[in-house]
Design a protein. Structure first.
Lengths: 421, 308
């Protein structure tokens, strides 16, 4: 075999011992497979059962949160003050639209939707029959108004986005009027806790992810720029970070949130299409970038003297290109680790602000708001423990899983662990 | 000694700079509320309104107003509260500070005591059942938000067992539950740090020497090992102090404790801008102070650390 021998020595001139030596070398080389950082990390991560479980849990949570409208849950905001206030967890059957004050046709969502459809059809026919153009226009306006606002969904859900609307329709087709019983109890206003948990998960998860992405964008660009330019630019930029670090941001944020939710300012911002929850993302993202920028800067500082950066510069790549094409991808590993650790911090902060009444505002639900409602409901007369325990457990479980996944990823992506188990 | 003085002076200068930045941001935020900070309110008592207008010279140019209030703040006069009649911001702070401080100190003591002892117990027998339980508890402590913990503790210890008063302020009994909730997540971190630090130092030669010369185990751990192991814990005390400050906002709210935190939330929700600004400044200064203390104590524990 040609591969076995070195080119200088013809194969037949080798002793058996040499041949054996080379054969072993080759076998060794075959056994060692080149693995990329990611494959290696993935292999190590898979061995940590806690981290993998956390990951499956989080994926399941995200999927469930996305498909919440499809699930047979009760309405998250329909208040039943007469019959269903503060019910402990139970298995009582529930029918969509059963509350008589909703005035649904035969107290059923499906029947009401039928009735609504027929009414709209009748109205549309009337539009076609009427001759007088002015009357016709008026009728058409009425039709448009009603098609938007008086759909039965609007009484049971709050501002469904188009995807959620379609999912809800699908849900009604699949499950009809059937909904899960209140296995997690109901709150003080007679709303189903299970359903509120699911709808709250959507808000809490989105806040966590979006705010983290904002902080990621700011932190990575700031840190990469600072580390790449080095010298005086770096010194000034990092001094700024130092100062920001020593400001107790939570207080500034609370101050800022009250300031921004002031009615006139909120109206002004709304004119630019910025609503409360968007401000929320931006503000949270804007304070959580500090650690990220420090970490990225450190990495870039050590990376920028590597040969591939010199090579890129030699072929005339611009500085922006070097930073974002060559340096940033290399710090991605550590960034991902910090991402998984920032999301729980942000979610906790969101819960904290919602708890104080400064975050997500009703009728939207978030886990922080739910816990707050639960705490308000604690009185010596009646302990409605389910109002605290379930949202608290949901919040704690998610934070727990995110922390575990982050720890696991940190170990898995640690370059010192390469090719080890 | 010279090092120390230079260090303190430098720190003080940074603190002033930070406070100035916080002040400037808050000042201009207040000014950017359309029509001034007080126009959104319709029925302000006449007396307060006059006070406020006199205090701010609201018709002066912006720069003059800015310097005036900067000077007053420098002198330590934060102005009148906008919501609490007959109270200046200074008086509110003077009332709330001792309450919040005792809560925070007690919480930190709890955290240190629980955290270090849990860490030592689990590090002495790594892998044992005790170790496992401690570490699961620690992870739970990190993951459960303190307001959830607080409400659970209220349900269990106040309503079911009737051991503590529900809420309010007055006796030492009132302090226990809130301080426990405030300290729990910090205790959890400290336990993890202590365990990791201790496991590392126990393997060192000087510990073996100490054991070999026949010292009792308590002395080996308490005197030799812990000293090295506690360094990360000490450096965590800075962030821990920050956590206590933020955590106290919520817990004072839940337990209805009239400290600075509940005043702050109240002020923020009621748009009492002067009071919130004063409190933000106080909190910033406190945070700086704690961090400086932590750095100082770090250099005392470990002589190798130089003050910079």
């Amino acid at each position: 075999m040609k591969n076995e021998s070195s080119p200088e020595v013809p194969a037949d001139a080798m002793t058996d011992q040499q041949r054996e030596h080379y054969r072993r070398l080759l076998a060794d080389a075959k056994r060692i497979q080149g693995v990329s950082l990611w494959q290696d990390a993935w292999r190590r991560l898979r061995k940590r059962r806690a981290s993998m479980l956390s990951m499956y849990f989080l994926i399941a949570l995200a999927v469930l949160a996305f498909f919440t409208p499809l699930l047979p849950l009760q309405s998250p905001l329909d208040k039943d003050l007469e019959n269903r206030r503060g019910m402990p967890p139970n298995l009582q059957a529930y029918q969509m639209g059963q509350r008589s004050d909703l005035k649904f046709d035969s107290n059923s969502l499906v029947a009401e939707m039928d009735r609504y459809r027929q009414q709209m059809l009748a109205l549309a026919e009337k539009v076609n029959e009427v001759e007088d153009p002015r009357q016709r226009q008026a009728l058409r306006d009425e039709w448009q108004l009603r098609s938007r606002s008086s759909h039965p969904f609007n009484q049971l859900w709050n501002e469904l986005d188009p995807v959620a609307w379609q999912l809800t329709r699908a849900r009604v087709t699949i499950f009809g009027d059937w909904a899960m019983p209140s296995i997690f109890g109901t709150d003080d206003l007679g709303r189903d806790m299970l359903s509120r948990l699911f709808w709250g998960a959507r808000v809490s998860l989105v806040v966590g992810v979006v705010a983290t992405i904002v902080s990621l964008l700011i932190g990575v660009s700031y840190g990469a720029t600072s580390g790449y330019f080095g010298g005086r630019v770096d010194a000034v930029m990092m001094r700024i970070v130092d100062i920001l670090y020593s400001i107790p941001f939570i207080f500034v944020v609370i101050f800022l949130m009250t300031f921004l939710s002031e009615p006139t300012i909120a109206a002004n911002l709304a004119a630019y299409g910025i609503d409360q929850i968007m401000i929320f993302y931006i503000v949270i993202g804007a304070i959580y970038w500090l650690t990220m920028s420090r970490v990225v800067r450190g990495q870039v500082l050590s990376l920028k003297h590597e040969q591939f950066v010199d090579a890129a510069r030699t072929v005339g790549a611009s500085q922006t290109r070097i930073i974002f094409r060559h340096l940033v991808p290399n710090v991605l590993g550590i960034v991902i680790v910090y991402l998984t650790l920032t999301i729980p911090a942000v979610m906790l902060f969101d819960a904290f602000l919602s708890f104080l009444g400064l975050g997500v505002s009703p009728p939207d639900v978030s886990w922080g708001l739910l816990v707050n409602d639960g705490v308000q409901a604690i009185t010596p007369l009646k302990t409605r423990w389910w109002l605290v325990v379930f949202p608290g457990a949901a919040l704690a479980g998610t934070l727990f899983a995110l922390n575990f996944l982050g720890d696991g990823l940190r170990d898995a992506l640690d370059p010192r662990m390469k090719n080890r188990t | 000694m010279q090092d120390l003085i230079a260090f303190l002076i430098r720190r003080f200068a940074w603190m002033l700079l930070t406070l100035w930045i916080v002040f400037t941001i808050s000042f201009f935020l207040m000014r950017f509320v359309p029509g001034g900070p007080f126009s959104s309110e319709k029925n302000v008592p006449e007396a307060i309104k006059r006070n406020i207008e006199a205090r701010f010279g609201l018709n002066d140019p912006l720069a003059v107003q800015y310097f005036d209030s900067l000077m007053r703040t420098l002198k330590g006069d934060f102005g009148p509260s906008y919501r609490l009649e007959d109270f200046t911001v200074n008086e509110v702070i003077a009332q709330g500070f001792p309450i919040s401080a005792s809560l925070a100190i007690l919480a930190l003591c709890f955290a240190l005591l629980l955290g270090v002892s849990a860490g030592v117990v689990s590090a002495l027998k790594p892998g044992s059942l005790g170790d496992l339980t401690m570490m699961i508890l620690a992870t739970l402590g990190i993951a459960i938000p303190n307001f959830v913990l607080a409400s659970l503790l209220i349900i269990v210890f106040v309503f079911w067992f009737d051991l503590f008063p529900t809420a309010g302020w007055g006796s030492a009994w009132h302090l226990i539950l809130p301080a426990l909730c405030l300290g729990a997540p910090i205790a959890a971190y400290i336990a993890r740090l202590t365990r990791a630090g201790l496991l590392e130092t126990i393997g060192q030669d000087y510990i073996r020497t100490a054991k070999a010369k026949g010292l009792p185990m308590r002395q080996v751990i308490g005197k030799h090992a812990l000293r090295g192991a506690l360094l990360p814990v000490v450096s965590y005390l800075g962030p821990a102090a920050a956590r206590v400050l933020t955590g106290s906002i919520v817990l004072e709210q839940i337990f209805v404790i009239p400290g600075m935190g509940s005043h702050f939330v109240e002020a923020a929700l009621q748009r009492d801008y002067l009071l919130s600004m004063g409190l933000v400044l106080v909190y910033t200064a406190l945070l700086f102070l704690m961090n400086t203390l932590v750095d100082l104590s770090y250099s005392i524990i470990d002589p190798r650390v130089k003050l910079e």
